[in-house]
Write a protein that binds this ligand. Sequence first.
Ligand SMILES: [Zn+2]
Ligand SMILES: [Zn+2]
Length: 338
Amino acid sequence: MKAAVYKVGKGLVVEDVPIPRIEADQVLVKISHTGFCGSDHSMISSGGLADNTILGHETCGVVVETGMLAKGLPEGTRVIVRPTSCGDCPECQSGKPYFCQTKRRSIGIGDLPGAFAEYIVVYPEMLIRVPTEVDAQNAALAEAFAASLHAIACIPNQGCSALVVGGGPIGLALVRLLKILEFHPILLSEPVAEKREIGLAFGADHVMDPLSEDLNQKIFLSTEGRGCEAVFECSGIPVLIQSCMDAAARGGTVCVVSVIYSAAQITPFTLNFKEIWLTGSYSNTHAENIQCLDWMAGGKLDGKPLISDLISLEELPKVYEERIDTGLAVKVMVDMDL
Ligand SMILES: [Zn+2]
Ligand SMILES: [Zn+2]
């Protein structure tokens, strides 16, 4: 089968690899669509990725073979794939299965090869059935929307004013979900005009270009001088954490959704002065994915405007160099039938 394989010193290379064989407790999934995640980019650009890694975890496919002991979804079922959790440890028991460290299995970023390939091997408990009303592109986007839904679940303030800083896929998905969850007003700060357009189409009440507009003044005017009660950092730019704190209302929450590895300077006085809650979000849950699929099935949520590049697997190495690594693409999605 064809797979996009990471090679140390070369980057992504599409090559022929053997079709994986399932054990008795495993399932073979034929991949239909796989989205390229910001974390995939972070892992490649970090240089720390192991030779021959196959990335890809935002995926939709069809069960084509089940092992004798693999109970669950029958062959022919359309599915998305999520990491496992044990259900018994303190983290699982407290409703945070994404912190589970016991027997955790995951594709693309964990122990199992990922979905930039024609087939993957998974365990049945990793699978979520895709409702018939949901097309494969939306299904493959469910994971990205679930990550944004999880960020909203991480904050105590609900239905309030909200600011999203950074209009990449996660920031734009957040705008859409904040709209569904009736936050108001919803503000988006993003320097790229095309991304601001998607933000408006997704339900943002105000979009701002931070490079040419006075952000603080616009936030002040949009919130009757109070600032935003919920602020989401989605740009990945360390210095903007303080900007988020500056934009927050008294008693507001700042949630760092983007993954920032470098040090970021903040002025802690801002926390005192406004009693801001500063937090972050990590991963998401089966339930959050199912919620996003349900909204997609019900016609409330269509993520496809996020897809800027619908490509074949062969095109991925080139598109990575030209569109992903340069920040030009919004969401790149591989269609295995192209
Ligand atoms: Zn992801
Ligand atoms: Zn656990």
